[in-house]
Design a protein. Structure first.
Length: 253
């Protein structure tokens, strides 16, 4: 027998309903999971799920912007995803280009700024070119930051931060007493961004999969069984609504 989680007992919302704009999470991070299962359920190749998932990205970005979310960070390709079959890896790394080819004009029109986190330099040239072009075109926008985690892995990020800190200690006068949580954060890919207030993972999995391990220390988690290609504006707004009911105490009372 399946038990209802408390947040499913809360009010259900629909997409025509105006969200209450107080206490909207500033930064929402999403682990977009379940594309492969969505495709398998329909007898389609896995990549069909990724393609469908790409269109959901656009819808969710639009809803996030409408709800005044400031940053939307999406786990599009992890450092572990290289171990998938080459054809799937190639497909996943073509998706940013395809997405931007279709949606960049609309993103620009809506004042969206494109950013990435992750080990960008080793991505294929065509991926880097498309993303760099979009970053350049949107660099002065001050609306929603649409932040793609591309070749992102939290442990790699932390190790490279530690290496850079050691290097700065050896060469740039950084001393041990200056190193605190705030300074450490500045060595991460997410420097300049606030920490996620809300972390969403789809498809019924409840793991972090090496995503933003440092940054989510105080994030609220929201899990849904919905597979990413089936994720809708309403699902997103339900997550925002449920976030608004949470009490964040940051270790206090
Ligand atoms: C996990 O589902 C999903 C990914 C590894 C890729 C996510 C990518 C997208 C949703 C498209 C990205 C779009 C842009 C614009 C870059 P899975 O394949 O692990 O699903 P499964 O667990 O059901 O097999």
């Amino acid at each position: 027998m399946s038990m209802k989680l408390p947040f499913f007992n809360n009010k259900k919302i629909n997409k025509n309903e105006e969200p209450e704009l107080d206490n909207i999470p500033k930064h929402v991070a999403i682990i977009m999971d379940g594309n492969g299962r969505w495709a398998k359920n329909r007898g389609l190749p896995r990549v069909a799920g990724h393609k469908e998932g790409m269109d959901v990205v656009k819808k969710v970005a639009k809803t996030a912007a409408n709800c005044h979310v400031e940053i939307l960070t999406l786990y599009a390709f992890s450092t572990e995803n290289w171990s998938r079959p080459k054809s799937e890896v190639d497909y996943l790394l073509r998706l940013p280009k395809e997405f931007l080819h279709i949606y960049l004009p609309e993103l620009i029109e809506n004042n969206v700024k494109i950013k990435t986190i992750g080990n960008f330099d080793v991505l294929p040239e065509h991926t880097k070119e498309a993303v760099n072009y979009a970053k350049e075109k949107t660099k002065d926008n001050d609306g929603l930051i649409l932040n793609f985690a591309l070749n992102y892995g939290s442990r790699f990020e932390i190790i490279q931060a530690v290496k850079q800190i050691i290097s700065d200690m050896n060469t740039s006068g950084l001393t041990m007493d200056k190193l605190d949580e705030h300074l450490f954060s500045e060595y991460l890919y997410t420097t300049g961004l606030t920490e996620p207030d809300l972390l969403i993972r789809t498809s019924g999995e409840q793991r972090l999969s090496n995503f933003l391990l440092w940054q989510i220390a105080y994030s609220e988690f929201w899990f849904t069984d919905v597979l990413w290609p089936d994720f809708t504006e309403e699902t997103f707004m339900q997550a925002l609504y449920d976030f608004q009911q949470r009490k964040r105490r940051y270790g206090g009372l």
